[in-house]
Design a protein around this ligand. Structure first.
Ligand code: AMP
Length: 430
């Protein structure tokens, strides 16, 4: 099966070949002809499945086939994070480069000045890739309207809700024209996503990939004392010839502290977290992608959706708070058919939490102990405060509650995103 049979024309086929894609992934094979035929689409697809090209290719194809209405926006891709917006904008710009019609492809996200984005949107645009908050800011500044929108893509719809964008989505939906094509991609289908799909999609074609062949991620758990995690990390770097490693920690401070400790030990390491400026985040990712650093130390927020081709290992230095984050983290490796290892440090204090993550996905990983790093810590006893009867230090932040709600709304196993889609697709028409 090649891309030639999907209904795409020569310039895009050349652009695909230039990216090194030889055969379409299932979501591309099934989705592209449906989108080209003008259907609404509801696709169950993870990051790593090739979903970006599955919507960008037919979108660019149809945009290049029709004249642009002046001063309007023709197609919009809504995504949950700035990184994902930047990534998709880059792919779309590259794919559109050699089209016979010059398309105006723009990306817009927060954390940077709105003025250049407002300037760029003057005269309209063919395709805008945006995060919900910034899109609404642009609309509020009269930078654009959605009245002439031909196609709306909602990418990672479940993450849009999990990150608290429900209100923004409701506002955006109210501004959409009745006549349009809508494509919705989501790894999981909690109730809000199902409701959104029912509200926005008209007679959608469905692309589901039956859960069967998981990506080739070897999951491991290492028992370690909290204070010796950096030493264990360095030990792992010497015993494995991983070209690059993504290390997850819990806080902004920890990203910088650990990256600094690694650099002092001679390991080129960079920190990535949500409080860096957009430029600094971009540079850290670009440096990591270009191989100028061996280790990227990141928080969940900064690393969500990032795509580093061929990343061999992900390490949970601190465990993720939610089981859903665990899946997102480990999915950074073993992308596009490659294999990878996901390694979690489990301390006496985090053992119970890791068990919950395992339980959620019906996993039970053997606990490994590294010679010379045998753990000695005992599990702490929870401290119950008299006033509240709660467990001290466990007060939930708003973000925690959102994450928990997102996790709770996610049905276990197949629909949770943990049992990954196999490349044995199932398609049902209506
Ligand atoms: P996505 O699921 O869109 O985030 O894509 C995951 C990764 O797969 C990205 O690195 C893409 O560049 C890559 N990719 C997408 N489609 C193909 C394809 N047909 N062949 C090989 N790699 C692909």
């Amino acid at each position: 099966m090649s891309f030639d049979t999907l209904g795409l024309t020569a310039p895009l086929l050349q652009a695909i070949a230039a990216r090194g894609y030889l055969t379409p992934t299932p979501v591309q094979r099934l989705g592209i002809p449906l989108v080209l035929a003008g259907r609404d689409l509801l696709a169950c697809a993870q990051t790593g499945s090739g979903k970006t090209a599955a919507f960008l290719l037919p979108l660019l194809e149809s945009l290049s086939g029709a004249a642009a209405p002046r001063g309007e926006l023709r197609a919009l891709v809504l995504v949950p994070t700035r990184e994902l917006a930047a990534q998709i904008t880059e792919v779309a710009t590259t794919l559109a480069r050699d089209l016979p019609v010059r398309l105006k492809v723009l990306g817009a996200w927060g954390g940077v000045s709105i003025n250049p984005q407002l300037m760029a949107l003057r005269g309209g645009a063919d395709l805008l890739i945006a995060t919900p908050g910034r899109l609404l800011d642009l609309i509020d500044h009269n930078g654009l309207t959605l009245g002439a929108l031909g196609t709306l893509v909602l990418d990672e719809a479940d993450r849009l809700f999990a990150l608290g964008f429900a209100e923004e989505l409701a506002r955006i939906c109210a501004l959409l024209p009745a006549q349009r094509q809508t494509l919705l991609f989501s790894a999981t289908f909690p109730d809000e996503v199902t409701a959104l799909a029912a509200a926005l999609l008209s007679n959608p074609a469905r692309v589901e990939l039956a859960a069967e062949a998981a990506p080739d991620i070897q999951q491991r758990a290492i028992l370690v004392d909290t204070a010796r995690r950096t030493a264990v990390l360095r030990q792992l770097f010497t015993t494995h010839d991983w070209a690059q490693v993504l290390v997850f920690v819990a806080t902004r401070y920890a990203t910088e502290h650990l990256a600094m400790k690694l650099r002092r030990a001679g390991v080129p390491a960079l920190a990535l977290h949500g409080e860096l400026t957009q430029g600094a985040r971009h540079n850290a990712l670009a440096d990591f992608r270009a191989g100028r650093a061996r280790v990227l130390v990141a928080t969940d927020l900064a690393a969500r959706g990032i795509d580093v081709v061929g990343l061999p290992a992900v390490i949970n230095y601190d465990l993720p708070r939610s089981a859903t984050d665990y899946v997102h983290r480990i999915g950074r490796t073993a992308r596009a058919g490659a294999s990878g290892v996901a390694l979690s440090f489990v301390t006496a204090a985090s053992e119970a939490h890791f068990r919950l993550i395992e339980k959620r996905y019906d996993l039970r990983l053997a606990r490994e102990v590294l010679a010379g790093f045998e753990p000695t810590e005992a599990a702490p006893l929870p401290v119950v405060t008299e006033a509240t009867g709660g467990v001290k230090g466990k007060r939930k932040s708003k973000k925690d509650r959102l994450r928990e709600a997102a996790a709770a709304n996610t049905p276990p196993a197949a629909a949770s995103g943990f049992v990954w889609p196999a490349w044995r697709p199932r398609e049902s028409g209506d």
